[in-house]
Ligand binder design. Structure first.
Ligand code: SF4
Length: 259
């Protein structure tokens, strides 16, 4: 059973050909996961296992501001050029009650030390009703919002939302961006607890294409499994199949990236 938890508030820099030199910001507990979902593919581990529950304390605004200020200055003084700053980490970053103020501080520090760096937030799209979250997301460069499936029952099996969940409400909230966001969608298949799940099945792909056409994001990130998953039996989808799934969108002029 895989569990990968970030153990710092600021981590990296990580170097990649795609985004260059990247820093990650973790606004969640450093020894546990906190999220409104518990996806069966989550690399932070499953909430059923003990590890992600060990730590429920989120860093405060003051702690994040201090961690970012000192690390950004340190890298600046070393002559490191940071290309990308991403809010990701051990769960849903917008759950941190200080998220709006932290975004403002991040923009301020980015402008001071790395003015060319792009700020991105990876979100599962469930918190847009929370005070300040939508407006804060509009202040960053990339809002990378998750929708994995159009079928509510299968979505519940895949993302395992906590409490009451309405896919229609999520989609209505995403419409408020008027297309000014990136949609991220995970594809995989496999047998989980004796049930077959195939997010590449034609009816699910058709439903997902309809969601894309309704929301009209300016970019779509389609990806599959990368690291080990907390649930056994999940199978990665190859690049060729992801190209097939997204081909109609490319034909319609959407910007699609495959990972
Ligand atoms: S939304 Fe992200 S952090 Fe939350 S459970 Fe799913 S994969 Fe993990």
């Amino acid at each position: 059973m895989a569990t990968f938890l970030w153990s710092d508030i600021v981590f990296g820099p990580i170097h990649s050909r795609r985004v260059g030199t990247s820093l990650g910001i973790n606004l969640l507990p450093v020894c546990g996961k906190l999220c409104t979902f518990d996806c069966i593919y989550c690399e932070c581990g499953s909430m059923d296992s003990g590890a992600p529950k060990k730590d429920r304390r989120m860093p405060s605004y003051e702690q994040v501001a201090e961690a970012m200020s000192s690390r950004f200055k340190e890298l600046f003084d070393q002559g490191v050029k940071v290309d990308s700053i991403s809010f990701t980490g051990n769960g849903e970053p917008t759950l941190n009650k200080d998220f709006p103020a932290i975004v403002d501080k991040t923009v301020e520090l980015r402008d001071k030390y790395f003015p060319a760096a792009v700020i991105s937030v990876f979100s599962n799209s469930t918190t847009l009703d929370r005070p300040g979250v939508f407006d804060a997301l509009m202040k960053v460069d990339n809002r990378i919002m998750k929708v994995d499936c159009s079928d509510i029952q299968i979505l519940k099996d895949v993302n395992r939302p906590a409490g009451r969940f309405s896919l229609e409400k999520v989609l209505e909230n995403l419409e408020r961006f008027k297309g000014d966001f990136i949609l991220q969608t995970m594809f995989f298949k496999g047998v989980v607890e004796g049930r077959e799940i195939d997010l590449t099945a034609p009816e699910l792909v058709a439903g997902w294409l309809d969601i894309v056409r309704r929301l009209r994001p300016y970019r779509i990130m389609a990806y599959s499994l990368d690291r080990d998953t907390p649930v056994d039996g999940l199978v990665k989808i190859g690049r060729e199949r992801l190209q097939e799934i997204t081909a109609p969108l490319r034909d319609e002029g959407f910007d699609v990236e495959i990972f």
